[in-house]
Each structure stands twice: as structure tokens, then as C-alpha cells.
Ligand binder design. Structure first.
Ligand code: DGL
Length: 264
């Protein structure tokens, strides 16, 4: 059976994989984490677009049924261009999260946290206002969050302290709905929820895109589909996070992108 292919700059897209495994257990999945070049957030848009196109081209050689760009930063700058030439349907993570937040808000005040690149693109402001122009959108870039997750320190006291410090302006904005606009952030969801308070509803772009993908896949076979996980950087720390987060015994491979792919 042909797989669904998922990519991210690192471990963040595993939050999408976790939801896909729950919703489509019998479907094979291929995952590539570009850990050699993570984080994407601080990089210029053209560079993120080039990296994303390289990985999508590599994934296309594996004959997937569809591709999920499980990275908000890459979705913001590359999804539209890739959808023009990619031979299979490509999903991004921004519109599904924005729609879910618009459905969830009662006060009309939505917060979005994400990388510098995603915030700079204003892709969430555009997607939310396209659903409802009356909504107030408060955005905040949180560049400290991705390194914490990539280091596997997402459940530490240090992480809790950083989340508390960084989210001060978001608490002051009195939003009732907060979009985790980076697929790494669901790793930090318990700390984020505690800091924002139980009245604030967290929306995971990862969960929303998994629902969207599910709605496009007809028959889901019985059993467990093959999970093929690889990364462009060091395998051991990545594999440790994959096993802990997904609670599976998967062996992670090193992914060699095609010749000519820049690795700086
Ligand atoms: N997980 C990614 C996102 O959703 C990228 C984080 C990064 O590499 O900076 O934006």
C-alpha cells in the first residue's frame, strides 16, 4: 500500500504523525525530519522554501498518496508553490488550525504562537480573517520553544520556566483561544495550558491537519501500517524522542537527501 508522507524541520511533525496513527492506524507513513538544518524559524523564507522543495521531491520518489508539510514555517512560505507542481495532494498545517480556532472562540480574541518565520509571514492573520474579519488576532513568536523540544527537554522544569516567561504578553492579551502554530509546540502543551489557564482553549494545528487528511482517505485497512522514520542529522537523539513521543519501537534511519541538496 502507498504511504502518506510527512515532513518537518525536526521532531515537530511527530505531533501530526501521532494523530495520523490514531486516525489511520493501518496506513503506512513515511516521515522525514530535517534535523541537520533545524530550526527553520529564524531562516529566510527563500531558504525554507528551497529546503522544503528538496524534501518534497525526495518524498515524491517514495510514491506517496499525499504529502503533509507538518511544519507551519514551511507551510507559510512553500505550500502554494509546491502545490503547483507536486503530482500528489499536499496538505499544510495553517488553514486547518485557523478554521478550528475560529470555530472555538467565543470572545473573538484569538492568540497565535509560532516561529519568527511563521509570524513574519502573517499567514495565520490572513487565514483567520478569511474565515471571520471581525476577529482580533494577537501573535507572538516564541523562538526559545523549538530548541527545547529538539533537545528532548520539553517536560523539564526549565521548559516550564521558559514557557511562563515567554507567554507573558499572550496572557495580557486576554485571548480565549490559542493556536499552537508550530508543530513542535504540542510537546509543550501541558506547560502552555498551565501557564495560560484552563479557560483558554489550545488548538493544535497538528490535530487539525490529521482530521483533514482523514477526511480525504476512504478505506482504512485493518492492522498497523509500516512506520518509516528518518532524519537528516544525528539519529540517536532523534530516535529517543520518536520512541518516547509515539511509544513505538521504531528504528530511525539516516536520510540522505539527493545529490546537490545543501546541508548548511
Ligand atoms: N515545526 C515547525 C513549525 O511548525 C518548525 C520549527 C522550526 O524549525 O523552527 O513551524
Amino acid at each position: 500500500m502507498r504511504p502518506i508522507a510527512v515532513l518537518d524541520s525536526g521532531v515537530g511533525g511527530l505531533t501530526v504523525v501521532k494523530q495520523l496513527l490514531a486516525e489511520l492506524p493501518g496506513v503506512p507513513l513515511v516521515y522525514v525530519g530535517d534535523t541537520a538544518r533545524t530550526p527553520y524559524g529564524p531562516r529566510p523564507a527563500e531558504e525554507v522554501r528551497a529546503f522544503t522543495e528538496q524534501i518534497v521531491k525526495h518524498l515524491c520518489t517514495l510514491d506517496p498518496t499525499r504529502i503533509v508539510i507538518a511544519c507551519n514555517t514551511a507551510t507559510a512560505v512553500a505550500l502554494d508553490a509546491i502545490a503547483q507542481w507536486c503530482p500528489v495532494p499536499v496538505h499544510g498545517v495553517i488553514v486547518p488550525g485557523a478554521r478550528a480556532a475560529v470555530r472555538a472562540t467565543r470572545s473573538g480574541r484569538i492568540g497565535v504562537i509560532g516561529t519568527e518565520g511563521t509570524m513574519r509571514s502573517r499567514a495565520y492573520d490572513v487565514a483567520i480573517r478569511a474565515c471571520d474579519a471581525r476577529i482580533t488576532v494577537q501573535t507572538l513568536a516564541c523562538p526559545a520553544f523549538v530548541p527545547l523540544v529538539e533537545e528532548g527537554a520539553y517536560a523539564s522544569d526549565q521548559a516550564r520556566g521558559i514557557v511562563e516567561e515567554v507567554l507573558v504578553p499572550m496572557i495580557a492579551a486576554r485571548v480565549d483561544t490559542l493556536i499552537l502554530g508550530c508543530t513542535h509546540y504540542p510537546f509543550l502543551a501541558p506547560a502552555i495550558q498551565q501557564v495560560m489557564g484552563s479557560d483558554v482553549q489550545l488548538i493544535s494545528s497538528a490535530t487539525e491537519v490529521a482530521h483533514e487528511v482523514r477526511s480525504h482517505v476512504g478505506h482504512v485497512p485493518e492492522g498497523t501500517g509500516v512506520l518509516d522514520v528518518s532524519c537528516t542529522g544525528e539519529v540517536a537523539p532523534f530516535e529517543a524522542i520518536v520512541r518516547r513521543w509515539l511509544d513505538v519501537d521504531v528504528v530511525v534511519r539516516h536520510c540522505v537527501l539527493p545529490e546537490g541538496v545543501r546541508m548548511d
